[in-house]
Design a protein around this ligand. Structure first.
Ligand code: BES
Ligand code: ZN
Ligand code: ZN
Length: 495
């Protein structure tokens, strides 16, 4: 598990600054003028801070960027990082600046002198999100929690906002750890165990095993996992923080490893398919965040955990499978398995919970990467209001999301000669036909959005808020969407 920093929010105290032996971070306006605390530090440093601020190095520094001095004279600190950031900076500038601080300092003990700065929570958010490092599989380098102190004028004004951010980041880290974990470590069973442990936070967790899934008729889900020695599972997580209203539902694809099955994937790059449980990972992280910040909403998370392996017992191309809904599917390609998993859990979620709305997340198609690359997830929805609620939340959190078409015109690509439908629609519009397939398992009046996160769940390059690997994309957006539209609504779901 990647630990969060040990965070404390403290009142401005000059003596604590003088005695601090970690990394000090000071915010300075672009005009280079020092506030009271900065002035006193400058004095201790015999004017060296003023000289830096008057230098070309500071003058030419872009806003939001940082300049680090090792072992500053007159202080006990190991280093002083000067951040060029205006007091009136917005939320995005503040979090981007936090990212710059993280890049400059890495995991060392840090004291940030925020003083009167209003956006301390956003600064801290950027810093912690970027500082994540997955070390669970390294022998000699273990992650240790570093101490992060935030010095502010008024603790009361900042502490709740900062703690709320920390709860959400905890969810993001959980998602990243799950997605980064290799498939021999994160099996269907160990995944279910990790989810069961969320009950410590007040989430009610149920794990449905194969006999129960068979009884429910979830054959399209079960047919994906039947070639694997790891048992398929469906995990249901309930967070009941609201009133009597129907819950909102999150549904996630949790393919712990996708070999493609009998329609085997090529060897090159197959190792990346450890991230094919990304949808379930984001659902899990979001549930954790909601519980940690005690969201006043009812939310249910349902994930389908399976492993797609070839074996003598695996589903064959050409097999016809009956879904829980009752529709039959001709499996043309066993590598289009995510939609088979989702079909049954989408149906189950609607039948059991009658949610006020439903969002599924899945690393569903390679085609979405061709369409949108690694910057944006694809949003497919039958409901403009829900789709906008999500896209607005994602935009506010700096998580890319772009609406894609979903219309009857693409449906004919799924026609099967012998069954009600087939599971692939050919090369053209591969992400849209996948969405159309899912839509067949969504009731007409159910507000629903499908997020294809294949391009954003785990990426080879570092992104704005995360290092290489799992990003945790979606946890912050979904958390915000609930906060902005589904909290405190009682009988009026959907805000
Ligand atoms: N898990 C893959 C999609 C994927 C690709 C996720 C790349 C992340 C990165 C999915 O199960 C899959 O294999 N989809 C096929 C569908 C095709 C057979 C219709 C694909 O995209 O090639
Ligand atoms: Zn696949
Ligand atoms: Zn897959």
């Amino acid at each position: 598990m990647t630990p969060l920093p040990k965070l404390s929010v403290i009142e401005v105290n000059f003596d604590a600054v003088v005695d601090y032996d970690g990394r000090l971070v000071i915010l300075v306006d672009e005009n280079g003028k020092l506030e009271t605390l900065g002035g006193r530090i400058n004095k201790l440093m015999k004017g060296a801070l003023d000289r830096v601020l008057a230098s070309g190095d500071f003058q030419s520094l872009a806003l939001g960027k940082v300049l680090s001095l090792p072992y500053p004279v007159g202080l006990k600190a190991q280093g002083l990082t000067i951040v060029k950031l205006n007091q009136n900076s917005g939320v995005e500038e503040a979090s981007a600046c936090g990212v710059e601080i993280a890049k400059a300092i890495e995991c060392k003990d840090i004291l940030i002198l925020c003083g009167e700065f209003k956006k301390s929570a956003n600064l801290v958010e950027g810093l912690i999100l970027r500082n994540y490092n997955y070390l669970d599989q390294k022998t000699n380098t273990k992650s240790t929690a570093f101490n992060l102190q935030v010095m502010v004028q008024s603790v009361e004004e900042h502490v709740d906002k900062i703690n709320e951010k920390l709860a959400v980041i905890d969810g993001v880290f959980f998602t990243r750890d799950l997605i980064n974990a290799p498939a021999n470590v994160l099996t269907t069973s160990s995944f279910a165990e990790q989810l069961s442990a969320l009950s410590d936070l007040g989430i009610k967790v149920e794990v449905l095993d194969e006999p129960e899934l068979m009884k429910l008729g979830m054959r399209t889900l079960l047919c994906v996992g039947q070639g694997s020695d790891s048992p398929s599972k469906v995990v249901v997580m309930h967070w009941n923080g609201g009133g009597k209203e129907a819950p909102f539902a999150f549904v996630g694809k949790g393919v712990v490893f996708d070999t493609g099955g009998i329609s085997l994937k090529p060897a090159a790059g197959m190792e990346d398919m450890t991230m094919d449980m990304g949808g379930a990972g984001v659902v899990a992280g979001t549930m954790k965040a909601l519980a940690l910040r005690k969201a006043k909403a009812n939310v249910v998370g349902v994930v389908g955990l399976v492993e797609n392996m070839p074996s003598g017992n695996a589903t064959r191309p050409g097999d016809v499978i009956k879904s829980m809904k009752g529709d039959t599917v001709e499996v043309i390609n066993t590598d289009a398995e995510g939609r088979l998993v989702l079909a049954d859990i989408l149906w189950y979620t609607q039948e059991r919970f009658m949610p006020s709305g439903m969002i599924d997340l899945a690393t569903l198609t390679g085609a979405i990467i061709i369409g949108l690359g690694h910057e944006m997830a694809g949003v497919f929805s039958n409901n403009d209001k829900l789709s906008n609620q999500f896209i607005d939340a994602a935009t506010a959190e700096g998580e890319g999301a772009w609406r894609m078409p979903l219309t009857q015109a693409y449906d004919k690509q799924l026609k099967s000669r012998i069954a009600d439908m087939k599971n692939v629609g050919g090369r053209a519009a591969g992400s849209i036909t996948a969405g159309q397939f899912l839509k067949r398992f969504v009731k007409d009046d159910m507000p629903w959005a499908h997020l294809d996160i294949a391009g954003v769940a785990s990426i080879a390059q570092e992104s704005a808020f995360s290092p290489k690997g799992a990003t945790g994309w979606g946890v912050r957006a979904l958390n915000r969407m609930i906060a902005d539209n589904y909290e405190g609504v009682e009988d009026e779901p959907g805000g």
